[in-house]
Design a protein around this ligand. Structure first.
Ligand SMILES: [Zn+2]
Length: 124
């Protein structure tokens, strides 16, 4: 039996990405942003039929709503504590110092909890 010569390496070892083309426009995927949908081929991001794509960022939108509510709450608590401290400053010394200081400590602790909670929401 006569053996056949192997083809040149360049003919049969090729990167699949070199031949990959866009299933919409037919041009090479190249280095443009794309998604591989039928390996090695795919669709350029600019060619995707966006009008038929569902909105995929719902969870990110809901997360931003949660952060916005937490920021608004933290802002209200910060302003409230600032007003209390300003009144305390303007009426120093207060008639009942222990009670005034207890209220400040209580509101400070609340604000710390709100800010800790906010930090968790931002970085998780
Ligand atoms: Zn394309």
């Amino acid at each position: 039996m006569k053996s056949q010569p192997l083809p040149r390496a360049a003919n049969w070892i090729r990167s699949p990405t070199l031949d990959a083309h866009c299933l919409i426009c037919g041009k090479p995927l190249g280095s443009e942003p794309h998604r591989v949908t039928a390996c090695p081929n795919g669709v350029h991001e600019r060619c995707r039929p966006w009008q038929r794509q569902p909105f995929t960022l719902e969870s990110q939108l809901e997360r931003l709503r949660t952060v916005a509510r937490a920021l608004a709450s933290a802002h209200r608590d910060t302003v409230a504590l600032g007003r209390r401290l300003r009144r305390l400053h303007d009426n120093w010394p207060p008639a009942r110092p222990e009670s005034a200081m207890r209220k400040v400590e209580k509101e400070s602790a609340r604000l710390r909890r709100v800010l800790d909670s906010l930090r968790d929401k931002l970085w998780v």
